[in-house]
Design a protein around this ligand. Structure first.
Ligand SMILES: Nc1ncnc2c1ncn2[C@@H]1O[C@H](COP(=O)(O)OP(=O)(O)OP(=O)(O)O)[C@@H](O)[C@H]1O
Ligand SMILES: O=P(O)(O)OC[C@@]1(O)O[C@H](CO)[C@@H](O)[C@@H]1O
Length: 303
Protein backbone atom coordinates (compact mmCIF):
# COMPACT_ATOMS: atom_id res chain seq x y z
CA UNK A 1 0.00 0.00 0.00
CA UNK A 2 1.11 3.54 -0.70
CA UNK A 3 0.72 6.13 2.07
CA UNK A 4 1.03 9.87 1.51
CA UNK A 5 2.08 12.03 4.45
CA UNK A 6 0.92 15.65 4.54
CA UNK A 7 1.88 17.09 7.91
CA UNK A 8 0.46 20.48 6.91
CA UNK A 9 -2.48 20.05 4.52
CA UNK A 10 -4.23 23.10 3.08
CA UNK A 11 -7.30 24.26 1.31
CA UNK A 12 -5.77 25.72 -1.84
CA UNK A 13 -7.83 28.83 -2.52
CA UNK A 14 -7.22 29.71 -6.18
CA UNK A 15 -8.20 33.27 -7.12
CA UNK A 16 -8.10 34.58 -10.67
CA UNK A 17 -7.97 38.22 -11.73
CA UNK A 18 -6.23 40.08 -14.56
CA UNK A 19 -3.78 41.87 -12.24
CA UNK A 20 -3.29 42.72 -8.57
CA UNK A 21 -3.08 46.40 -7.71
CA UNK A 22 -1.43 46.59 -4.30
CA UNK A 23 -3.21 48.94 -1.88
CA UNK A 24 -6.53 48.85 -3.85
CA UNK A 25 -9.69 46.71 -3.65
CA UNK A 26 -9.19 43.99 -6.28
CA UNK A 27 -12.12 41.91 -7.60
CA UNK A 28 -11.72 38.26 -8.58
CA UNK A 29 -13.03 37.04 -11.90
CA UNK A 30 -13.30 33.45 -10.56
CA UNK A 31 -12.14 31.29 -7.69
CA UNK A 32 -11.85 27.61 -6.70
CA UNK A 33 -11.15 25.67 -3.51
CA UNK A 34 -9.22 22.39 -3.61
CA UNK A 35 -8.04 19.89 -1.01
CA UNK A 36 -4.30 20.56 -1.11
CA UNK A 37 -0.92 19.98 0.43
CA UNK A 38 1.76 18.07 -1.43
CA UNK A 39 1.04 14.58 -0.04
CA UNK A 40 -2.70 15.01 -0.58
CA UNK A 41 -2.03 16.02 -4.19
CA UNK A 42 0.00 12.82 -4.55
CA UNK A 43 -2.93 10.75 -3.22
CA UNK A 44 -5.41 12.56 -5.51
CA UNK A 45 -3.31 11.80 -8.61
CA UNK A 46 -2.69 8.19 -7.50
CA UNK A 47 -6.45 7.74 -7.23
CA UNK A 48 -6.96 9.04 -10.77
CA UNK A 49 -4.37 6.49 -11.93
CA UNK A 50 -6.28 3.74 -10.09
CA UNK A 51 -3.57 3.21 -7.48
CA UNK A 52 -4.89 2.93 -3.91
CA UNK A 53 -3.33 5.10 -1.24
CA UNK A 54 -4.12 6.29 2.27
CA UNK A 55 -3.58 9.96 3.14
CA UNK A 56 -1.94 10.52 6.53
CA UNK A 57 -1.12 13.68 8.47
CA UNK A 58 -2.78 16.18 10.80
CA UNK A 59 -6.16 17.76 10.15
CA UNK A 60 -8.32 20.20 12.12
CA UNK A 61 -11.35 22.47 12.18
CA UNK A 62 -13.83 23.39 9.43
CA UNK A 63 -11.05 23.55 6.86
CA UNK A 64 -9.96 20.05 7.82
CA UNK A 65 -13.55 18.81 7.46
CA UNK A 66 -13.67 20.26 3.94
CA UNK A 67 -10.49 18.38 2.98
CA UNK A 68 -11.63 15.06 4.47
CA UNK A 69 -15.00 15.35 2.71
CA UNK A 70 -13.34 16.11 -0.65
CA UNK A 71 -10.98 13.14 -0.30
CA UNK A 72 -13.84 10.80 0.60
CA UNK A 73 -15.75 12.06 -2.47
CA UNK A 74 -12.72 11.08 -4.58
CA UNK A 75 -12.61 7.62 -2.97
CA UNK A 76 -9.32 8.23 -1.12
CA UNK A 77 -8.81 6.54 2.27
CA UNK A 78 -7.62 8.76 5.10
CA UNK A 79 -6.20 8.12 8.57
CA UNK A 80 -5.54 11.65 9.82
CA UNK A 81 -4.73 12.62 13.41
CA UNK A 82 -7.17 15.32 14.55
CA UNK A 83 -5.69 18.58 15.88
CA UNK A 84 -7.40 21.43 17.75
CA UNK A 85 -6.72 24.37 15.42
CA UNK A 86 -7.91 24.86 11.85
CA UNK A 87 -5.98 23.39 8.94
CA UNK A 88 -4.47 26.27 6.93
CA UNK A 89 -5.77 27.97 3.78
CA UNK A 90 -3.13 28.68 1.12
CA UNK A 91 -3.92 31.47 -1.31
CA UNK A 92 -2.82 31.00 -4.92
CA UNK A 93 -3.22 34.22 -6.93
CA UNK A 94 -3.34 33.70 -10.68
CA UNK A 95 -3.04 37.16 -12.21
CA UNK A 96 -0.50 38.43 -14.75
CA UNK A 97 1.96 36.63 -12.46
CA UNK A 98 1.37 33.64 -10.13
CA UNK A 99 1.75 34.44 -6.42
CA UNK A 100 1.33 31.95 -3.56
CA UNK A 101 0.72 32.80 0.11
CA UNK A 102 1.05 29.67 2.26
CA UNK A 103 -0.04 29.47 5.92
CA UNK A 104 2.00 28.31 8.92
CA UNK A 105 -0.45 25.59 9.94
CA UNK A 106 -1.92 24.55 13.28
CA UNK A 107 -0.22 23.77 16.57
CA UNK A 108 0.62 20.06 16.95
CA UNK A 109 0.90 18.73 20.51
CA UNK A 110 3.33 16.03 21.67
CA UNK A 111 0.40 13.64 22.17
CA UNK A 112 -0.82 14.20 18.60
CA UNK A 113 2.68 13.61 17.25
CA UNK A 114 2.87 10.34 19.23
CA UNK A 115 -0.49 9.26 17.81
CA UNK A 116 0.94 9.85 14.35
CA UNK A 117 4.12 7.87 15.13
CA UNK A 118 1.94 4.98 16.31
CA UNK A 119 0.31 4.86 12.87
CA UNK A 120 3.71 4.81 11.13
CA UNK A 121 5.04 2.04 13.41
CA UNK A 122 2.34 -0.32 12.08
CA UNK A 123 3.55 -0.16 8.44
CA UNK A 124 5.30 -3.12 6.82
CA UNK A 125 8.01 -3.84 4.26
CA UNK A 126 5.28 -4.02 1.57
CA UNK A 127 4.47 -0.32 2.02
CA UNK A 128 5.79 2.87 0.43
CA UNK A 129 5.41 6.21 2.20
CA UNK A 130 5.54 9.50 0.32
CA UNK A 131 6.68 12.41 2.49
CA UNK A 132 6.09 15.78 0.85
CA UNK A 133 5.76 19.41 1.80
CA UNK A 134 6.70 21.49 4.80
CA UNK A 135 5.81 20.62 8.39
CA UNK A 136 3.64 23.00 10.43
CA UNK A 137 5.77 25.74 11.98
CA UNK A 138 5.08 24.33 15.47
CA UNK A 139 6.91 21.09 14.56
CA UNK A 140 9.54 22.34 12.13
CA UNK A 141 10.94 20.21 9.31
CA UNK A 142 13.41 18.58 11.71
CA UNK A 143 10.53 16.27 12.72
CA UNK A 144 10.91 14.43 9.40
CA UNK A 145 14.10 12.68 10.59
CA UNK A 146 12.16 10.92 13.36
CA UNK A 147 9.23 10.11 11.06
CA UNK A 148 11.38 8.76 8.23
CA UNK A 149 13.55 6.65 10.56
CA UNK A 150 10.37 5.20 12.13
CA UNK A 151 9.05 4.21 8.69
CA UNK A 152 12.39 2.75 7.57
CA UNK A 153 12.56 0.65 10.75
CA UNK A 154 9.40 -1.16 9.54
CA UNK A 155 11.13 -2.03 6.24
CA UNK A 156 8.84 0.26 4.19
CA UNK A 157 10.31 2.39 1.38
CA UNK A 158 10.19 6.20 1.53
CA UNK A 159 9.83 8.79 -1.22
CA UNK A 160 10.97 12.24 -0.07
CA UNK A 161 9.84 15.36 -1.89
CA UNK A 162 11.70 18.03 0.06
CA UNK A 163 14.08 20.86 -0.62
CA UNK A 164 17.22 22.20 1.09
CA UNK A 165 18.45 20.74 4.36
CA UNK A 166 15.33 18.56 4.75
CA UNK A 167 16.17 16.80 1.48
CA UNK A 168 19.82 16.38 2.52
CA UNK A 169 18.74 15.00 5.92
CA UNK A 170 16.53 12.39 4.20
CA UNK A 171 19.38 10.87 2.16
CA UNK A 172 20.84 8.77 4.99
CA UNK A 173 17.56 6.77 4.95
CA UNK A 174 18.10 5.68 1.29
CA UNK A 175 14.86 7.09 -0.16
CA UNK A 176 13.45 5.27 -3.17
CA UNK A 177 13.09 8.69 -4.82
CA UNK A 178 13.95 12.33 -4.22
CA UNK A 179 12.66 14.95 -6.68
CA UNK A 180 14.18 18.39 -6.31
CA UNK A 181 13.57 20.79 -9.21
CA UNK A 182 16.63 22.27 -10.96
CA UNK A 183 16.52 25.46 -8.84
CA UNK A 184 16.25 23.51 -5.56
CA UNK A 185 19.18 21.27 -6.59
CA UNK A 186 21.25 24.35 -7.53
CA UNK A 187 20.46 26.02 -4.19
CA UNK A 188 21.69 22.92 -2.27
CA UNK A 189 25.11 23.06 -3.97
CA UNK A 190 25.16 26.85 -4.42
CA UNK A 191 25.36 26.70 -8.23
CA UNK A 192 23.25 28.14 -11.05
CA UNK A 193 22.73 25.69 -13.93
CA UNK A 194 22.84 26.98 -17.50
CA UNK A 195 22.47 23.63 -19.28
CA UNK A 196 20.89 20.24 -18.56
CA UNK A 197 24.33 18.53 -18.85
CA UNK A 198 25.64 20.64 -15.95
CA UNK A 199 22.93 19.21 -13.69
CA UNK A 200 23.87 15.52 -14.03
CA UNK A 201 27.02 15.48 -11.79
CA UNK A 202 25.03 17.14 -9.00
CA UNK A 203 22.17 14.64 -9.33
CA UNK A 204 24.84 11.89 -9.17
CA UNK A 205 26.13 13.42 -5.91
CA UNK A 206 22.63 13.12 -4.43
CA UNK A 207 22.62 9.48 -5.56
CA UNK A 208 25.99 8.85 -3.89
CA UNK A 209 24.66 10.47 -0.73
CA UNK A 210 21.97 7.77 -0.46
CA UNK A 211 19.04 8.20 -2.86
CA UNK A 212 18.05 5.18 -5.00
CA UNK A 213 16.56 7.37 -7.76
CA UNK A 214 16.90 11.11 -8.33
CA UNK A 215 14.50 13.00 -10.58
CA UNK A 216 15.35 16.59 -11.38
CA UNK A 217 12.22 18.31 -12.64
CA UNK A 218 12.78 21.32 -14.87
CA UNK A 219 9.26 22.64 -15.56
CA UNK A 220 9.08 23.61 -19.26
CA UNK A 221 12.59 22.19 -19.88
CA UNK A 222 11.63 18.55 -19.16
CA UNK A 223 13.14 16.27 -16.53
CA UNK A 224 16.13 14.04 -15.71
CA UNK A 225 16.23 10.67 -13.98
CA UNK A 226 19.55 9.55 -12.51
CA UNK A 227 20.04 6.15 -10.85
CA UNK A 228 22.63 3.35 -10.70
CA UNK A 229 21.68 2.19 -14.21
CA UNK A 230 22.36 5.59 -15.83
CA UNK A 231 20.94 9.02 -16.65
CA UNK A 232 17.78 9.58 -18.66
CA UNK A 233 16.29 12.75 -20.15
CA UNK A 234 12.59 13.35 -20.79
CA UNK A 235 12.07 15.95 -23.52
CA UNK A 236 9.63 18.74 -22.60
CA UNK A 237 6.18 18.42 -24.15
CA UNK A 238 4.64 21.58 -25.61
CA UNK A 239 1.25 22.85 -24.47
CA UNK A 240 -0.63 25.68 -22.84
CA UNK A 241 0.38 26.09 -19.20
CA UNK A 242 -2.65 26.65 -16.97
CA UNK A 243 -1.39 25.73 -13.54
CA UNK A 244 2.04 25.12 -12.06
CA UNK A 245 0.63 24.18 -8.61
CA UNK A 246 0.96 20.43 -8.12
CA UNK A 247 2.96 19.56 -11.25
CA UNK A 248 5.82 18.27 -9.09
CA UNK A 249 3.44 16.34 -6.80
CA UNK A 250 1.78 14.76 -9.85
CA UNK A 251 5.19 13.66 -11.09
CA UNK A 252 5.96 12.04 -7.71
CA UNK A 253 2.57 10.26 -7.80
CA UNK A 254 3.13 8.87 -11.30
CA UNK A 255 6.60 7.58 -10.43
CA UNK A 256 5.56 6.06 -7.10
CA UNK A 257 2.45 4.33 -8.42
CA UNK A 258 4.15 2.83 -11.47
CA UNK A 259 7.29 1.83 -9.55
CA UNK A 260 5.23 0.03 -6.92
CA UNK A 261 3.50 -1.85 -9.76
CA UNK A 262 6.50 -2.68 -12.02
CA UNK A 263 9.73 -1.92 -10.08
CA UNK A 264 10.90 -0.36 -13.36
CA UNK A 265 12.32 3.14 -12.72
CA UNK A 266 12.33 4.27 -16.37
CA UNK A 267 8.69 3.27 -16.90
CA UNK A 268 7.84 4.96 -13.61
CA UNK A 269 9.72 8.10 -14.73
CA UNK A 270 7.72 8.18 -17.98
CA UNK A 271 4.41 8.11 -16.11
CA UNK A 272 5.74 10.76 -13.71
CA UNK A 273 6.58 13.07 -16.62
CA UNK A 274 3.12 12.49 -18.13
CA UNK A 275 1.41 13.32 -14.84
CA UNK A 276 3.50 16.47 -14.18
CA UNK A 277 3.03 17.77 -17.71
CA UNK A 278 -0.71 17.01 -17.80
CA UNK A 279 -1.22 18.86 -14.50
CA UNK A 280 0.73 21.89 -15.77
CA UNK A 281 -1.72 21.99 -18.70
CA UNK A 282 -4.88 21.56 -16.49
CA UNK A 283 -6.79 23.87 -14.13
CA UNK A 284 -6.67 21.36 -11.24
CA UNK A 285 -4.62 18.16 -11.00
CA UNK A 286 -4.72 16.28 -14.31
CA UNK A 287 -7.46 13.81 -15.19
CA UNK A 288 -6.75 10.13 -15.96
CA UNK A 289 -7.69 10.61 -19.65
CA UNK A 290 -5.36 13.57 -20.10
CA UNK A 291 -2.49 11.76 -18.36
CA UNK A 292 -2.98 8.79 -20.72
CA UNK A 293 -3.00 11.10 -23.77
CA UNK A 294 0.15 12.86 -22.51
CA UNK A 295 1.96 9.56 -21.80
CA UNK A 296 1.84 8.79 -25.54
CA UNK A 297 3.91 11.95 -26.13
CA UNK A 298 6.63 11.23 -23.54
CA UNK A 299 10.06 10.63 -25.11
CA UNK A 300 12.90 9.40 -22.91
CA UNK A 301 16.51 9.06 -24.05
CA UNK A 302 19.39 7.43 -22.19
CA UNK A 303 22.29 9.89 -21.95
N1 LIG B 1 5.43 24.49 -18.39
C1 LIG B 1 5.61 23.18 -18.54
N2 LIG B 1 5.70 22.63 -19.77
C2 LIG B 1 5.90 21.30 -19.93
N3 LIG B 1 6.05 20.44 -18.92
C3 LIG B 1 5.94 20.94 -17.65
C4 LIG B 1 5.72 22.32 -17.39
N4 LIG B 1 5.69 22.51 -16.06
C5 LIG B 1 5.87 21.28 -15.50
N5 LIG B 1 6.04 20.34 -16.45
C6 LIG B 1 6.31 18.90 -16.23
O1 LIG B 1 6.06 18.57 -14.87
C7 LIG B 1 7.29 18.25 -14.20
C8 LIG B 1 7.28 18.83 -12.80
O2 LIG B 1 7.18 20.24 -12.86
P1 LIG B 1 8.12 21.24 -12.05
O3 LIG B 1 9.52 21.09 -12.48
O4 LIG B 1 7.50 22.61 -12.19
O5 LIG B 1 8.00 20.68 -10.56
P2 LIG B 1 8.00 21.49 -9.18
O6 LIG B 1 8.93 22.63 -9.27
O7 LIG B 1 8.20 20.48 -8.13
O8 LIG B 1 6.49 21.97 -9.22
P3 LIG B 1 5.49 22.45 -8.08
O9 LIG B 1 6.26 22.59 -6.80
O10 LIG B 1 4.96 23.74 -8.60
O11 LIG B 1 4.44 21.39 -8.02
C9 LIG B 1 8.40 18.81 -15.12
O12 LIG B 1 9.62 18.11 -14.98
C10 LIG B 1 7.79 18.61 -16.50
O13 LIG B 1 7.94 17.25 -16.91
O1 LIG C 1 3.83 24.90 2.28
P1 LIG C 1 4.25 23.63 1.58
O2 LIG C 1 3.85 22.41 2.34
O3 LIG C 1 5.69 23.63 1.18
O4 LIG C 1 3.48 23.59 0.17
C1 LIG C 1 2.08 23.50 0.16
C2 LIG C 1 1.55 23.70 -1.26
O5 LIG C 1 1.91 24.97 -1.80
O6 LIG C 1 2.11 22.70 -2.10
C3 LIG C 1 1.13 22.16 -2.96
C4 LIG C 1 1.61 22.22 -4.39
O7 LIG C 1 2.80 21.51 -4.56
C5 LIG C 1 -0.15 22.93 -2.72
O8 LIG C 1 -1.27 22.10 -2.81
C6 LIG C 1 0.03 23.50 -1.32
O9 LIG C 1 -0.69 24.68 -1.10
Amino acid sequence: MIYSVTLNPSIDYIVRLPEVVVGEVNRMTSDDKYAGGKGINVSRVLSRLNYDSTALGFIGGFTGDFITKKLIEEGISTDFVAVDQDTRINVKIKADQETEINGQGPEITEGQLNDFLNILEKLTADDTVVFAGSAPASLGNIVYKKLISTVRATGAQVVCDFEGQTLLDSLEYNPLLVKPNNHELGAIFDVKFKTTEEIIPYAQKVLEMGAQNVIISMAGDGALLVNNEGSYFAKPIKGQVKNSVGAGDSMVAGFTGKFEETKNAVEAFALGVACGTATAFSDDLASAEFIKETLDKVEITKL
